[in-house]
Design a binder for this molecule. Sequence first.
Ligand code: PGA
Length: 260
Amino acid sequence: MKTRTPLVMANWKQHGSEAALTDWLTSVSAIDLPEICRVLCVPLPYLAKLRQQRAELQSKVQAGAQLVSAFRGGAYTGEVSAAMLSEFQVAYSLIGHSERRQWFDETASARRGQLSALWQEGITPVLCVGETALEHQQGQTCEVLMRQLAEVLDGQATAGPLVLAYEPVFAIGSGKPLSAQSAQQMHQQLRLMLKRWYSAADCQRIRILYGGSVNNQNAGEYLRQDDIDGVLVGSGSLQAGAFNALCHAVVHAVTPLVPA
Ligand code: PGA
């Protein structure tokens, strides 16, 4: 039995439209799944529509962002602050997604600033970490993960609420997910690594998600692992029907069988 409430995060990346959002949220909100927490990370322009639709539908799906500025405000053209996100009831924001590392050259110091900006606004950061295929082959995974955690968590004034997302880069969008057993081993390691910044009790509370080619067929298997507390889902989250099936699979995996 899981003590941490499973978290299923949909990451739409640069996909979607207002019409798609309305249809998706209507369909996903119609299903009541109190056993899990569901979050939708939309592109920033859709946050207003998401707030409005959530209210109208009394939706249990929470709002998420895919990026946030490291700055609190000022002359930073194009940036969106954590305070602005919180106006739209954003509860979670991704930080350090491998696509931001790869295509936008986000630095460790930017990620550190983003984390503290989110904490100041009471938004839970979802820090994404993961090794490349080469690092994986060379057996450097633990070293890479520790570095990715340390460069963001070291030097923070206090350690605030956190979700981790372990996403091996080669598993993202490739249709080649890491096996649930291998992911479990890394999640166990990550939970141990967190002891550098968090108390033992907090380490037990922090949710660690797996991401990378998760779909409604394999999601349940991840949630059956002790240290996998949810999933971060890209392409498998775009269609409401497939996402609902994925959520049902997660609920099924974490619900103990009731004897007849
Ligand atoms: P994917 O993306 O599910 O399409 O592999 C996951 C992610 O990038 O968060």
